[in-house]
Design a protein. Structure first.
Length: 154
């Protein structure tokens, strides 16, 4: 039987809500990709070129530390990875997550939340950075997660 994991990073709670709905709809387990140091509103001020998120996103090699890297992802066949779109791509902590675990042989479906940006560049960037991984789709989620959204992801 196929097991599903919904892993997510959420800075403000929007992606967390979508991930919880997706996990319920998919019958999967939920895993928060939590940073070791939580983001403050000042950290997330994209207008401030010296804010933490701005500095991270301007450094392609940046890998923010996760609070926990002990999850057993080996038990899952399908992994949904969700995040807010930052600077038209995935936040750097998603790179940290992808590099912390072995995803070989797993289907990876990306989902993102955003007030204005799409997910296409996120998917393209991650496929380029991790060509050995099996990314099977990407979907921008606005509003609630339905069975239709689930079908579009896989």
């Amino acid at each position: 039987m196929s097991k599903t994991l919904v892993a997510y990073f959420s800075a403000s709670g929007v992606t967390e809500k979508a991930a919880a709905q997706l996990a319920k709809a998919a019958g999967g387990d939920l895993l928060e990709i939590a940073p070791k140091v939580k983001y403050t509103s000042a950290d997330l001020d994209w207008m401030d070129k010296k804010s933490r998120s701005s500095l991270e996103m301007n450094d392609a090699a940046c890998r923010p530390e996760m609070a926990d890297t002990s999850a057993d992802v080996s038990a899952y066949d399908t992994v949904y990875i969700g995040f807010p779109v930052w600077w038209y791509t995935a936040p750097r902590i998603i790179n940290t997550f992808l590099e912390a675990y072995d995803f070989s042989g797993k289907k990876i479906a990306l989902f993102a939340t955003s007030g204005g940006s799409g997910i296409d560049k996120c998917v393209t960037d991650l496929k380029k950075q991790y060509p050995a991984l099996d990314f099977v789709g990407g979907k921008l989620i606005r509003g609630s997660v339905s069975g239709d959204v689930l079908a579009e992801l896989l």
